[in-house]
Design a protein. Structure first.
Length: 250
């Protein structure tokens, strides 16, 4: 009897030790583990936030046709993203002393397009900048279009003049393109841009139509001497002789 009771107590002791070893581990697992669905959702949300945060303003553009003839319209089109679409895009076109800066509206899908006339423009290589104001909706670099400082490129935040397209100390063509690139990159805002060129060529010269000169034969009759004067002279001579004979006979 005592032996059976001792064996039972020993078995209970063994079970109690096993329970002490197992239960804390199980409890830790059940309390510390997060549901799989919650973990996946958190990861997805973090990724989405990272994507939105890292997105930067972007713009691209094309010109068509690439080598237009003077008088042929030129279309500048493109797309901008992650920017303030309501502000539009600013398109610069310049060559030599010619410069055109205009604001082009942007559609809801980020696309934009504008066609320009080239009638009367000189044949040259034209530089094109398509500039987006970024998320703040403000063009950090623009050009004074009228007044005493027309043609001068300025920083709209500081009012500082950067360079001028016209007048004393003007910068043109490739030098102007480099100066404008530096201005947009260094003005301290979030403007982005893309640049391209097109060649405006002179219209082909009108072909010269040559007319071959052909020798036209003369239709005037050949000049001939009329025998009439000779015949009249002979008759007169005969009459003279006969008159002389008659006078002699008398």
């Amino acid at each position: 009897m005592n032996t059976s009771r001792s064996s039972g107590l020993a078995a209970c002791a063994v079970l109690l030790v096993i329970a002490c070893l197992v239960l804390p581990v199980s409890g830790a697992v059940s309390v510390g583990a997060a549901p799989a669905s919650t973990t996946a959702a958190s990861t997805t949300t973090a990724a989405a936030v990272a994507t939105v945060t890292s997105a930067k303003p972007f713009i691209s553009a094309t010109v068509s046709p690439a080598d237009p003839v003077v008088g042929t319209p030129v279309t500048i089109s493109g797309v901008t993203s992650n920017a303030n679409l309501s502000a539009g895009v600013q398109v610069w076109i310049f060559a030599g002393s010619y410069v055109n800066v205009s604001t082009v509206p942007v559609n809801a899908d980020g696309t934009f397009s504008k066609t320009y006339s080239t009638t009367g423009l000189p044949a040259a290589t034209y530089y094109v900048f398509a500039q987006s104001p970024g998320t703040d909706g403000m063009f950090g670099i623009t050009m004074q279009s009228s007044g005493q400082y027309a043609g001068q490129v300025v920083n709209t935040k500081t009012g500082a003049a950067i360079f001028t397209f016209t007048g004393t100390g003007s910068v043109q063509d490739a030098a102007a393109a480099a100066a404008l690139s530096d201005a947009i990159n260094l003005h301290g805002g979030d403007d982005v841009y893309t640049k391209l060129t097109f060649n405006l060529v002179s219209p082909p010269a009108a072909p010269v139509t040559s007319t071959s000169l052909q020798t036209i034969p003369s239709t005037a009759p050949a000049t001939t001497k009329s025998p009439l004067p000779l015949e009249l002279t002979g008759i007169g001579l005969i009459i003279g002789i006969l008159g002389a004979v008659l006078v002699t006979r008398k």
